[in-house]
Write a protein that binds this ligand. Structure first.
Ligand code: TMP
Length: 208
């Protein structure tokens, strides 16, 4: 993005510690005097949160992969035009829990939708807009799922099997290798202090 603000995203499979580390990144940015907007996908707007409920709830368990993909981008279009772009244009830092890399990983890697289909929608909905920096919290699937399993009832994605999440993780790592300038891969299997040190080091690049 070449506007005045900055757009940061956090990604990873379930159980990598996204919530804890979002909070950490947020605090670091605020401490550095940044005006930060915290948001998430799917969601981030009133319409987007309704779409999130459709996507994560079990009412539409048999939803087709194409419907799922289009709903992700419908929520994203609203989020970009109502929240992300206005904030970035206003010089703010937008910190977003998941974005289009999750679509490549879950709908592409996980569900098997061809990459070019996702690229077409990305181009249509986002034009040239991409995050400035993406943290990929990475750890082995078994570890993530065990951690996530200890939380509340599984949503429509969390009930997928190990092979699905392995494909999701592989696609995330593939994206990180493809876009090394944008991605910071964080080894989330390490103790929290270590994870947060890795995040802090990467954040210094922006803060300096
Ligand atoms: P979470 O952000 O609370 O972890 O849950 C959101 C779920 O939605 C998560 O399982 C990943 C999934 N998701 C996709 O499948 N595609 C997407 O584009 C996004 C943003 C999320």
């Amino acid at each position: 993005m070449n506007e005045k603000g900055f757009f940061i995203t956090l990604e990873g499979i379930e159980g990598v510690g996204k919530t804890t580390n979002m909070d950490f990144v947020h605090k670091q940015l605020v401490a550095a005097g940044k005006d930060v907007i915290l948001t998430r996908e799917p969601g981030g707007t009133s319409l987007g949160e309704d779409v999130r409920n459709l996507l994560l709830g079990h009412k539409h368990d048999g939803m087709s992969s194409e419907t799922e993909l289009l709903l992700m981008f419908a929520a994203r279009a609203e989020h970009l035009s109502k929240v992300i772009m206005p904030a970035v244009m206003d010089g703010k830092v937008v910190l977003c829990d998941r974005f289009t890399d999750a679509t490549y990983a879950y709908q592409g890697g996980g569900r098997g939708i061809p990459t070019r289909r996702i690229q077409e929608l990305e181009q249509w909905v986002q034009g040239g807009t991409r995050p400035d920096m993406t943290f990929l919290l990475d750890l082995p699937v078994e570890v993530g799922l065990e951690r996530a399993g200890k939380r509340s009832a599984a949503d429509r994605f969390e009930k997928e099997d190990m092979a699905f999440f392995q494909r999701v993780r592989d696609r995330y790592l593939q994206l990180a290798a493809e876009y090394p300038q944008r991605f910071r891969v964080i080894d989330a299997s390490k103790p929290l202090d270590d994870v947060q040190q890795q995040i802090s080091n990467a954040l210094q690049e922006i803060l300096n």
